[in-house]
Design a protein around this ligand. Sequence first.
Ligand SMILES: Cc1cc2nc3c(=O)[nH]c(=O)nc-3n(C[C@H](O)[C@H](O)[C@H](O)COP(=O)(O)O)c2cc1C
Length: 258
Amino acid sequence: MALRRVELGVAERLLYPVVPAVITAEHRGRLGAMVAAWWMQVSFTPFMVAVAIAPERYTYKLVRGSGVFGLNLLGAEHLEKLSLLGDVSARFMRDKVERSGLRVVRGEALGAPLIAEAAAALEARVWRVYEAGDHDIFVGEVAAAYASEDFADGMWRLERYRPIMYLGRTRRPGPVRRVYVVPEAFRRVEVDYAPGDLRRYAEARRRLLDDLYRAAEEARDEAELRRRVEEIVSRHGLEPDDVEPLLEEARRRARARG
Ligand SMILES: Cc1cc2nc3c(=O)[nH]c(=O)nc-3n(C[C@H](O)[C@H](O)[C@H](O)COP(=O)(O)O)c2cc1C
């Protein structure tokens, strides 16, 4: 099928569906909660998440002020609460969180406000804030995570937790509507990691990473690390300009391991 050009004004909706989160924060006795579709994991070690929040949001002020936020995932049974949390600002409705009917509990690690009814909740400490267009990206290091019993053996049981998916909002002149998709049932598909012919390529990469991470652990200084990475790049038959990015990968590994 041929691609056809899509107007940039609606291109945002190409990126959906996204499971929206509820971002919670508290500062100087004021509690906030807002919906955010623009969030993601950005690091394994340390475990970090990022969320884009516009300065206009009341929650923005609370996250900036406290340096802590909660990231909560609500199941489809709470869909109707997203209108209050995502269309109304606590700047104009002071008791917005109370009126949502959701209960707020404190996280054990940072005391972040979290939603008791959430299927999952993370407590994060703001690590850095990056300005990006009309939103700021808050990158937070996750200090603790919580989940309902729908999360078992390290994975979601999607026959119980039904995530909400956001498809975007319709535009004027018609009525503005937020469009969601709620799954009736999921079909679980399990696929081998790098199956069949792909295995040997995945293994070559694994061997490279093993060498790189060993060097990161053993090198006593930057000069030695660089020498070892140059040697690894040549031994694995890679391109000379692979040295810099792989050296950076090794540095970050060394940093993450402390
Ligand atoms: C599905 C959905 C997704 C949203 N995603 C974001 C987002 O990623 N970032 C953002 O700043 N606002 C987002 N919003 C808008 C805020 O949730 C909204 O402006 C909210 O009223 C802010 O509340 P507050 O002023 O009390 O913090 C989203 C709203 C909805 C309904």
